[in-house]
Design a protein around this ligand. Structure first.
Ligand code: SLL
Length: 215
């Protein structure tokens, strides 16, 4: 086992992401290359929250489409991790995420039901307006006892939470270690709270966007 794949005990590190799809009805002026029975254009995507780039730890994302699509397994090796297609039906898409080898993490899979048609209380209005339909989920990659090399990748960026006043700490003192743990758990709580508020904000913005697009 190389030193970077040593695992950090008693530590969990999370990264938020969203996945889902957008869809719009095709208009009269559609390209002649689109089969006549196709009714919608759609994009399935997986992306970081607040424009976060996931590619430092995500190596590729494989979107498995319905077998009615040619090359139904679409492998995307760099951001944006998304596939745009046209079609006529809704179906389940599997989204398999492969991590960089340094992460020493197994791939993970999520399922998303492609939505083309408006749903919910505004559905009829949105249908007649030809509104964009968005269906997405918030989720988090949770790395339990991450490999050292993954931990380094995830904390390298300037936005990593660093303990305050580190230089004033007496090395190897149990008291200062406990203080640092307290500061880290405070910081963790603040970050969780920020994520929660930002997630709410995303939902509000998505709703405003949908409302604007239906004007
Ligand atoms: C349905 N069970 O009946 C689903 C299947 C398949 C959607 C939906 C085909 C695109 C193509 C397409 O839209 N398939 O043939 O190029 O609703």
């Amino acid at each position: 086992m190389s030193s970077g794949s040593k695992r950090l005990k008693n530590l969990q590190i999370c990264r938020p992401f969203v996945y889902g799809n957008m869809a719009v009805p095709l208009k009269e002026d559609r390209s002649p290359d689109i089969p006549p029975d196709h009714t919608h254009s759609w994009t399935i995507f997986l992306k970081g929250v607040n424009g976060d780039d996931l590619s430092s730890f995500v190596k590729r994302v494989v979107f498995k489409l319905h077998e009615t699509y040619p090359n139904s397994s679409r492998s995307i090796e760099e951001p944006p991790f998304e596939v745009t297609e046209t079609g006529w039906g809704e179906f389940e898409i599997s989204i398999r995420v492969y991590f960089v080898p340094e992460a020493s993490e197994k791939n993970v899979v999520m399922y998303h039901h492609l939505k083309l048609h408006p749903y919910g209380p505004e559905a009829e209005q949105q249908k007649s307006d030809g509104a964009t339909v968005t269906s997405m989920q918030y989720d988090e990659f949770v790395f339990n006892e991450p490999a050292e090399s993954l931990f380094e990748i995830l904390t390298k960026k300037s936005n990593a939470v660093l303990p305050a006043q580190k230089s004033m700490m007496v090395p190897f003192s149990i008291q200062s270690e406990n203080e640092e743990l307290d500061r880290l758990s405070d910081a963790h709580a603040k970050v969780q709270e920020n994520i929660r508020r930002l997630t709410e904000r995303i939902h509000v913005l998505e709703q405003e966007k949908a409302a604007l697009q239906s004007l």
